[in-house]
Design a binder for this molecule. Sequence first.
Ligand SMILES: [Zn+2]
Length: 135
Amino acid sequence: MKPVTVFRYLWALPNTLLGLLLLVPALLSGGRVKLVDGVLEISGRAVVWVLERIPFAGPADALTLGHAVLGRSEEILEQWRRHEQVHVRQYERWGPFFIPAYAFSSLYARMKGRDGYLGNRFETEAFVGEKDVIT
Ligand SMILES: [Zn+2]
């Protein structure tokens, strides 16, 4: 593994650890965990429970936390994979500052009269970037 790759994983690690908190509850609730392109995709009933209760953003189909992607089901994870991979790259750039920056971008969009989700610059980048990711 290249040093820059190690740094990206370490830089995003605080966020990844948040996602990994759901690993055991997901497995205990009949979920699945899959490693795809260096990213852990986690699904299951415990994940659904969390996705329906995300403050200001729920209910969601999927959520990226560093190198962990939470999804309602394996099918939904596959459907959103390219989009969530863009978010993984964003976590690799922003590290522990990603969540505050994301929240600020949603707040800023709302202040400008735009939708807090679709007007968020990180979502705009993900919706554009999902078309460019080669899988
Ligand atoms: Zn997104």
